[in-house]
Write a protein that binds this ligand. Structure first.
Ligand code: GLA
Length: 396
C-alpha cells in the first residue's frame, strides 16, 4: 500500500471510526484536452488525455441508505439520504457527488449507503476537470459497492458512468457541459490520448509519444468568475448557429457535421456576426483536431504545434473565452526557447494552458514564464509537468 493511501485510510478512521480492513479505495483523474475546445457539445472531435492528478476516495459501505461525505482539504461534512438527494442541490461542496448518486438511481442503479473521504489533487477551477474527477470517483465507488450489496454481477460500463455524470452536471449543477471531461476521466489510459467523436461516442487511443518533449500545464490562478453562465451562453449560441444552417443543410444533426466548405458557402446567411464567429471556430476547430491526431500519429510535432497555436487564436478571437491571463500565459510561453506550442485548455475564462516544451528547457520555461506572467498579471502561477494516467478504477 502506498504511503499516500495509508495516510488517507488513517484519516478516514479518525473521521468515521471503524477498522481499516473494511476500507476500499477508488480513483478517477482530471484531464488535459490537447485540442478540440468547446466543440464537444457540438458533436465534434476532441483529443483529451487523463492526467495523474486525481480524486481519490476512501470508502466503506453502510447498511442504511445514508451517504456521508468528507474531504481532506475542507472542513465541510455532508450526510444525505439516498431517498432525498434533491436537497443536495444547494450545497456548495457535496453537490457533485449527490448529483451523481441521484442520476445513477434515476438510471436504475441500485445503490447502498456509504461513507466517503475525498482527497483531490486536481486543482479546483483550473480547467483540468476537477469536478469530473470527483463525479467519476463517486460513480465508480457507488456502483461497485451497490452492485456488491445487491449481488449484481454485470460488469461496470465506464462509458455509461460518464454519460450519467454528464447528466448530473446538467440537471443538478446547471452547467450544460459536453461529454469530454467525464469521458476522459472514466476512460483514460496510461500514456495514451484519446480521439473521441462526441457525436457518436466512438473513440480510439493513440500513444502520446512526444519524443524529447513534455506537456507542461500552466495554471493562471485566475478565478473563473462568471464562467458558468458564459459557458451556457456559448452552448446556446452554437445551437442558434446550427438552427440557422439547418435551413440550408437540413440533414445536419450537430454543428460539427458542417464541413468547412459548407460553412464557407452559407456563412453569410448567419447575419449576427457573433454567432457567425462562434460557428467559424467550431467548424475549423473540429478539422484541426483530426489534423492533430494525424500529425501525432506520424510523429510530426511541428505541425501539431502549429495547430495548437491556431486553436488558441481561434478560441481567443472567434469564441472569446480566454481573457488577459490566459492570453498572457500563452504569449509568454511561446517566447521561451524550447516551447513549440501553447494554448488554453478546458472551458476557459481562467484555468490552465497546455504547453509542449523541450525536455531540456522545462525548468527554464517554468522559471521564465512564471516570472513574466507574475509581472504582467500580479498573480502567482503554478506549473505541472504532466504525466498521462489511468481512468476511473478501484485501487486494490
Ligand atoms: C468544460 C466542459 C467540457 C468542454 C470544455 C471546453 O471543460 O465541461 O464539456 O465543453 O469545457 O472544451
Amino acid at each position: 500500500m502506498s504511503e499516500k493511501i495509508a495516510g488517507l485510510k488513517k484519516k478516514f478512521i479518525e473521521i468515521y471510526g471503524g477498522e481499516e480492513a473494511d476500507l476500499r479505495v477508488f480513483a478517477s483523474p482530471g484531464r488535459v484536452n490537447l485540442i478540440g475546445e468547446h466543440i464537444d457539445y457540438c458533436g465534434g472531435y476532441v483529443f483529451p488525455a487523463a492526467i495523474t492528478l486525481d480524486s481519490t476516495v476512501i470508502a466503506r459501505k453502510r447498511t442504511d441508505r445514508t451517504i456521508r461525505l468528507a474531504a481532506t482539504d475542507l472542513p465541510d461534512r455532508v450526510a444525505a439520504s439516498l431517498d432525498h438527494l434533491e436537497d443536495g442541490k444547494s450545497l456548495k461542496w457535496g453537490n457533485y457527488q449527490l448529483g451523481v448518486a441521484d442520476e445513477l438511481q434515476k438510471a436504475g442503479y441500485k445503490l447502498t449507503g456509504v461513507d466517503m473521504l475525498f482527497h483531490d489533487t486536481v486543482p479546483l477551477g483550473s480547467g483540468l476537470s476537477s469536478s469530473a474527477a470527483i463525479q467519476l470517483a463517486t460513480a465508480i465507488t457507488l456502483v461497485t459497492l451497490g452492485n456488491e450489496e445487491h449481488k449484481i454481477s454485470i460488469p461496470i460500463d465506464n462509458v455509461q458512468l460518464a454519460v450519467i455524470s454528464q447528466r448530473a452536471e446538467h440537471n443538478f449543477i446547471g452547467v450544460k457541459c459536453g461529454i469530454m471531461d467525464q469521458f476522459a476521466s472514466a476512460m483514460g489510459r496510461k500514456d495514451q490520448a484519446m480521439l473521441l467523436d462526441c457525436g457518436t461516442l466512438n473513440y480510439k487511443y493513440t500513444p502520446l509519444k512526444l519524443d524529447g518533449y513534455r506537456i507542461v500545464l500552466a495554471n493562471t490562478k485566475k478565478k473563473r468568475g462568471l464562467g458558468e453562465s458564459k459557458y451556457n451562453e456559448r452552448v446556446s449560441e452554437t445551437s442558434e448557429g446550427l438552427a440557422i444552417l439547418k435551413q440550408f443543410l437540413p440533414e445536419k444533426v450537430h454543428l460539427c457535421d458542417v464541413t468547412i466548405e459548407e460553412f464557407e458557402k452559407y456563412k453569410e446567411k448567419i447575419i449576427d456576426p457573433i454567432i457567425r464567429k462562434r460557428v467559424e471556430h467550431v467548424v475549423y476547430e473540429n478539422a484541426r483536431v483530426l489534423k492533430s491526431f494525424d500529425a501525432l500519429q506520424s510523429n510530426d510535432l511541428k505541425t501539431f504545434a502549429v495547430l495548437l497555436k491556431e486553436a488558441h487564436a481561434s478560441i481567443r478571437d472567434l469564441y472569446e473565452v480566454t481573457g488577459f491571463e490566459l492570453d498572457t500565459m500563452v504569449e509568454e510561453a511561446l517566447k521561451v526557447e524550447g516551447c513549440i506550442g501553447a494554448r488554453m485548455t478546458g472551458a476557459g475564462f481562467g484555468g490552465c494552458t497546455v504547453n509542449i516544451v523541450k525536455e531540456a528547457n522545462v525548468e527554464d520555461f517554468i522559471k521564465i514564464v512564471g516570472e513574466k506572467y507574475s509581472q504582467k498579471t500580479g498573480l502567482t502561477p503554478e506549473f505541472y509537468v504532466c504525466d498521462i494516467g489511468e481512468g476511473s478504477r478501484e485501487i486494490i
